[in-house]
Design a protein around this ligand. Structure first.
Ligand code: PEP
Ligand code: MG
Length: 550
């Protein structure tokens, strides 16, 4: 593939992390397996050779991914990729693809046709396990096509890490990114409060979202990604490259010095000059992040996004699998509070094996607690696992997306049922386990006086509270700036909730992305916020800022 050499071009987006990175861009077409695939390019014989080579490479990469997933995410997640690798080598599947190539189809088209055939047969059998395998077939089809385009069209066999460029990434694609191969990523779509951006921040991946369409002709060109400025300079001149690297080195030096200072205060209580204490907690997606969180002074976990464990799998986790994940969290936290948010899927967090219908307005539709209250079996499995883990540490339960008192009452009823079931079996759990809810809808803030009577704490999810208060889709880059200029309405709702819970003797935290925005820390202190929960890279900075507040 030749490089487009027309001088530098700048694309503007929104930085997700304040990190600078430079490197080659690699475009990934992850849209669906419906991508336009050109018809036969070479002879069937050559196409079959291409196919076999692609299978070999993809299987090898998938096995490496399985190993990594097993080490970082757990046994169950590793198994998913192990199954993918086995499917890749399935003789029937390979014969079907080769049959299509022999009929004159290109390798890519033959893979697509065969995967669709297999997936639809598996789905028609109406079996939960086999349906999950259908999604696996579609996933591996994407991997084979990615391998074919990456290796054959670019003839690039290097292991050099690259800046990944895609139209968008789903949270589950982001969670699977291999940090040793990716320098950073850029997406045409997306906004800084999407779950993809949240994950990138948690994983400290340099990223830029909402840059608009970039021509695939730039694939392989060098680019400078500046997360702070929100720019991507494609095909920079030598001078631009040198200047960028000089700035990066300088900023890294300052950052290292500042970090050294921050580390020296990591055990200092976050108390303002007027004596208001704020707990500094971490937002995490799995037990893997606990060690870095503790090393950065986290006094607790303010938000465990429990859905990430479901997202990285291809079938429902069992109660025992969930228990062992929560047990790990409870014990690793060494008595510090760990708030496990119950499953919050729907909207941008789609999980194929839940088989949720496609919706016109997913953010306003079927998500979070609304699904859990319908899928009581799934909800109870999770609640029992959390309760069991509570015997081994300081665990609290938090329910997302509450918007009515009735929803909360039904959740409490189900939690009680789970407690009774465990008691009957003689299984230990913390009888005094704390219960909280997220304040994420304007409705929950407006009835916070009623809700406060029923729970121990609130935690404000500013990402959704902003989305629903200002009616701005958190996924849509075009409306991101509206939020920047109009936080007052959101603050009023937070203050209202803080007053309500304090009156009932409870406490309130903030765990949305605003909690890490240092320009807002004083506002939160003034409202009497008791806890700020942020992604691991922001823990030290927020502690420093609280100490500097009035
Ligand atoms: C929020 O909405 O602010 C929040 C913390 O939850 P999530 O970002 O996972 O929706
Ligand atoms: Mg939310």
């Amino acid at each position: 593939m030749g490089f487009l050499d027309t001088g530098s071009t700048v694309f503007y987006g929104t930085g997700v992390t304040n990190i600078k990175v430079s490197g080659k861009m690699r475009f990934v077409n992850n849209e669906t397996i419906d991508i336009k695939l050109e018809e036969k390019k070479t002879s069937p014989k050559e196409e079959i050779i291409r196919f076999k080579k692609a299978i070999e490479i993809t299987a090898k990469e998938t096995r490496a991914l399985a190993k990594r997933a097993r080490e970082t995410l757990g046994e169950g997640e590793g198994q998913i990729f192990e199954i993918h690798a086995m499917l890749l080598e399935d003789e029937d599947f390979n014969d079907t693809v080769i049959g299509e190539i022999e009929k004159g189809k290109s390798c890519e088209k033959a893979v697509e046709i065969s995967a669709k055939k297999y997936a639809s047969v598996l789905r028609s059998l109406n079996d939960e396990y086999l349906s999950a395998r259908a999604s696996d077939i579609e996933d591996i089809c994407k991997s084979i096509i990615t391998t074919l385009s990456a290796k054959n069209e670019k003839n690039d066999d290097s292991n050099e890490p690259y800046i990944l460029v895609a139209r968008d990434l789903t949270p589950s694609e982001t969670v699977k990114l291999d940090k040793s191969k990716i320098l950073g990523f850029v997406t045409f779509e997306g906004s800084p409060s999407s779950h993809t951006a949240i994950l990138a921040r948690a994983m400290s991946i340099p990223a830029l979202v909402g840059v608009g369409e970039i021509s695939g002709a730039y694939d392989g060109n060098i680019a400078l990604l500046d997360g702070e400025k929100g720019t991507l300079v494609v095909s920079p001149s030598n001078d631009e490259l040198l200047e960028f690297e000089k700035k990066k080195a300088y900023e890294n030096k300052i950052a290292t010095e500042h970090e050294r200072y921050l580390r020296s205060i990591m055990n200092r209580p976050a108390v303002t000059k007027r004596g208001h204490k704020v707990l500094i907690y971490a937002n995490v997606g799995s037990g893997e992040e606990i060690e870095p969180a503790l090393l950065n002074g986290a006094e607790g976990l303010g938000l465990l996004r429990s859905e990430f464990l479901y997202l990285s799998r291809s079938s429902y986790p069992s109660e025992d699998e969930l228990f062992s994940a929560y047990y790990e969290i409870a014990t690793k936290m060494q008595g510090k509070r760990a708030i496990i948010r119950t499953l919050d899927i729907g909207a941008d967090k789609q999980i194929p094996y839940f088989k949720l219908d496609k919706e016109e307005n997913p953010a306003l539709g079927y998500r979070g607690v609304r699904i859990c209250l319908d899928r009581v079996d799934v909800f109870k499995t999770q609640i029992r696992a959390i309760l069991r883990a509570s015997a081994y540490g300081n665990i609290s339960i938090m329910i997302p997306m509450i918007s009515t008192l009735n929803e909360l009452e039904r959740c409490k009823y189900i939690i009680n049922e789970c407690k009774n079931e465990l008691k009957e079996k003689g299984v230990r759990f913390d009888e005094k386990i704390e219960l909280g809810i997220m304040i994420e809808t304007p409705a929950s803030a407006l009835i916070s006086d009623e809700l406060a009577k029923e729970v121990d704490f609130f935690s404000v999810g500013t990402n959704d509270l902003t989305q629903y208060t200002l009616a701005i889709d958190r996924q849509n880059a075009k409306v991101t700036s509206i939020c920047e200029e109009n936080k007052e309405a959101v603050f009023k709702l937070i203050k209202m909730s803080a007053d309500a819970i304090h009156q009932k003797g409870g406490w309130i935290g903030v765990c949305g992305e605003m909690a890490a925005d240092l320009s807002l820390t004083q506002h939160f202190v003034d409202m009497g916020i008791d806890e700020l929960s942020v992604a691991v890279p922001y823990l030290l900075g927020v502690r420093e800022k609280v100490c500097a507040c009035k």
